[in-house]
Write a protein that binds this ligand. Structure first.
Ligand code: NDP
Length: 275
């Protein structure tokens, strides 16, 4: 049976095995997908061992996405731009790397009928998740894409990779003085519940607020957005399932339906997980 893994540290909380087994069942694919913990200095070794055992592919989560990229023999253009890899494919003695987070996010936004074309988009955060979604968002022809980050130099570094795009970097304070249609939280502040330094005036009745984080209850960002009567609040569960669907497609050549799996996770009492 074809073997797949998700490598991370920590990893016990991952819902990826449930998601991929559900995809496999729905598409009649015979495969096994399991979590695999790797020591912080043992990622390369763990992946190499898995390949030696005949592993076909792997997902990679925090904190190994950059290390995964360094291991690859070949990368997609998108992975090169992102500087991170979440999907590895092992074929003909080579390691192929791609990143599917951005496709997962954009597909989820479109599934919620969020208009990206000609929109003013604010992306909060400039970590791995942010890097991975910039190109797919730009491909949807927004009016502008602004990356605000606590450490502004990191947002600037992302912007410098692109030319001739409506892309800019700023501080949270500067973002607070502008107007946006879609606000996407890609910081890890949502995980800890720590408040984001965003002004209340940033969120209006015309705002679509998306949080890459998800949980049983609304994240602090989405709670605030709801209180401020944002037009739409969406959590990152659909992105999680969407990026998994894209990995599944890379490996198996079949694009599974995501809706039933999102519903399954939503109905679970314990879906407070991080991919
Ligand atoms: P990183 O650690 O790479 O980046 C974290 C980002 O959050 C940085 O920009 C950091 O700013 C910022 N940040 C952290 N704490 C605060 C704070 N208190 N106030 C303001 N900014 C803060 O994480 P990732 O980019 O990999 O992940 C970000 C989030 O996205 C996580 O919650 C992750 O679970 C989620 N995610 C969800 C996915 C999904 O499928 N739904 C897929 C991938 C990620 P600074 O640079 O200044 O430190």
């Amino acid at each position: 049976m074809d073997q797949y893994r998700v490598f991370g540290n920590p990893i016990k909380q991952s819902r990826s095995p449930l998601i991929h087994q559900s995809f496999a069942l729905a598409t009649e694919q015979v495969l096994n997908y399991e979590i695999q913990f790797a020591e912080l200095n043992g990622f390369n070794e763990a992946v190499t061992e898995f390949i030696a055992q005949g592993g076909k592919g792997a997902n990679v989560t925090a904190p190994f996405k950059e290390q995964a990229m360094a291991m690859c023999d070949e990368l997609t253009e998108h992975a090169k731009f992102s500087g991170a890899v979440n999907t590895l494919t092992f074929k003909n003695g080579k390691i192929y790397g791609d990143t599917t987070d951005g496709v997962g996010l954009v597909n989820d936004l479109l599934a919620h009928n969020v208009c990206l074309e000609n929109s003013r988009i604010l992306l909060l955060g400039a970590g791995g998740a942010s890097k991975g979604v910039v190109l797919p968002l730009l491909n949807k022809a927004p009016k502008s894409l602004t990356i605000a980050n606590r450490t502004v130099s990191k947002a600037q570094a992302i912007v410098e990779q692109y030319t001739n795009e409506p892309l800019s970097a700023c501080s949270f304070e500067e973002a607070n003085e502008q107007v946006f249609d879609v606000i996407i939280n890609a910081t890890s502040a949502g995980l800890t519940g720590a408040g984001l330094p965003i002004a209340e005036k940033l969120i209006t009745e015309n705002s679509v607020c998306y949080d890459m984080t998800y949980g049983k209850e609304l994240t602090p960002f989405l709670k605030k957005a709801t209180e401020l009567k944002a037009k739409q609040v969406i959590d990152g569960l659909g992105m999680l399932v969407g990026q998994a669907a894209e990995s599944f497609y890379i490996w198996r050549g079949i694009r599974p339906n995501v809706d039933s799996v999102i519903a399954k996770l939503k109905s679970s009492l314990f879906y407070r997980y991080k991919f």
